[in-house]
Design a binder for this molecule. Structure first.
Ligand SMILES: NC(=O)c1ccc[n+]([C@@H]2O[C@H](COP(=O)([O-])OP(=O)(O)OC[C@H]3O[C@@H](n4cnc5c(N)ncnc54)[C@H](OP(=O)(O)O)[C@@H]3O)[C@@H](O)[C@H]2O)c1
Length: 328
């Protein structure tokens, strides 16, 4: 039996010769192009084994499901939006910059993705409430997937943090995910099958000194608040996995190491530091947002229905490296 590719509008249908069309996975053409043109193994949604029943095929599909992805206009969040749409979900996203949001929404509209979005600063309580009220109206009070993705970092010595900076970082990185999860709970429960994925960080597992390249001041600092937030998120992930399991809501987190996005552009512009990053990463490269979004999608799929309370590193092996001197 051979693999079949069929182009319908902007979508590539993929499946095995002889299978019914409704068993095939629909993916945006550029995503499929990326998976096949560059050689890596196709993502799970692209492969349906010969002889697969329709029940098994739904294991690898998010068709009919609804999702909220916070911070979906750039970087990892942007890749997650497209990955979830590729698996068939209806997605709503948010960010602070209205112009960027409109640009993304119109691009997605042209691709036929049907993504919706709101301007929302997740560090502000009233805006979080407004966001969830919009999501509830859009999706008839039901939400299958919540991706708590927004996060920020500020690299400076502990003594230099002002009270305002401390509050903003904590509100953006931890208070927001706690509150949005609370607000989403009735919707996740009402959907019958809920899944939360948090974007944490390898800093939940290892300590890291990062570079500040603000002005002429190139110094290394421990990312202290980012470490606290990542560890709090990991604990929340585990707590919700236990507390909300009775409602068929799973809770997992992904923990990236350096992924090439606007958030880390500045710190990685320091060539010396970048070399250090490569030397501590067994795969000797940075990650791509799509390498995080594929894991996020897996954690939302019925295929991972017995996985909850886990924090999975996407780090090119950095966390398990220990003392392993560079040999190449
Ligand atoms: N990139 C990495 O190497 C890395 C490593 C470990 C963990 N992470 C985590 O991964 C997540 C995504 O990071 P990224 O690198 O993709 O970041 P990014 O490229 O800076 O994108 C951040 C996204 O979140 C939005 N956003 C930021 N603050 C917001 C706020 N207060 N309210 C609403 N939306 C907000 C941004 O849009 P607006 O600016 O318009 O609001 C943008 O859409 C973060 O939680 C980050 O901590 C990233």
């Amino acid at each position: 039996m051979s693999l079949r590719l069929e182009l319908v509008d902007d979508l590539v249908l993929l499946g095995w010769e002889g299978m019914e069309v409704d068993l095939l996975q629909r993916r945006p053409s550029f995503v499929t192009g990326t998976h096949f043109a560059t050689g890596p193994a196709p993502s799970p949604a692209s492969v349906v084994s010969p002889g697969t029943s329709s029940v098994e095929a739904t294991t690898w599909s998010l068709r009919g499901m609804t999702a909220l992805v916070t911070g979906g206009t750039r970087g990892i969040g942007h890749a997650i939006v497209e990955e979830l749409v590729g698996f068939g979900a209806r997605v709503h996203t948010c960010c602070r910059n209205e112009r960027e949001l409109d640009g993304c929404l119109s691009e997605w509209d042209n691709l036929g993705f049907g993504v919706t979005g709101s301007v929302c600063d997740v560090s502000v309580r009233s805006q979080r409430e407004e966001l969830m009220s919009t999501v509830s109206t859009l999706f008839d009070g039901k939400l299958n997937i919540l991706i708590n993705n927004v996060g920020r970092n500020l690299r400076k010595p502990v003594v230099d943090f002002t009270a305002a900076e401390f509050s903003t970082l904590m509100a953006t990185n931890f208070e927001s995910v706690f509150h949005i999860s609370q607000l989403a709970y009735p919707l996740l429960k009402a959907s019958g099958v809920g899944s939360i994925v948090f974007t944490s960080s390898v800093l939940g597992f290892v300590s890291l000194k990062s570079m500040s390249v603000q002005g002429a001041n190139k110094e290394a600092y421990k990312e202290i608040l980012f470490i606290c937030d990542s560890r709090s998120i990991n604990q929340l992930t585990k707590t919700l996995a236990c507390e909300w399991a009775k409602d068929n809501i799973r809770s997992n987190a992904v923990a990236p190491w350096y992924i090439r996005t606007s958030m880390v552009e500045q710190v990685l512009s320091n060539k010396e530091y970048l070399e250090e990053v490569y030397s501590r990463t067994p795969l000797r490269r940075l990650g791509d947002p799509k390498e995080v979004s594929s894991l996020v999608a897996f954690l939302c799929l019925p295929a991972s229905s017995y996985i909850t309370g886990q924090i999975v590193c996407v780090d090119g092996g950095m966390c398990v490296n220990g003392f392993y001197p560079r040999h190449d």
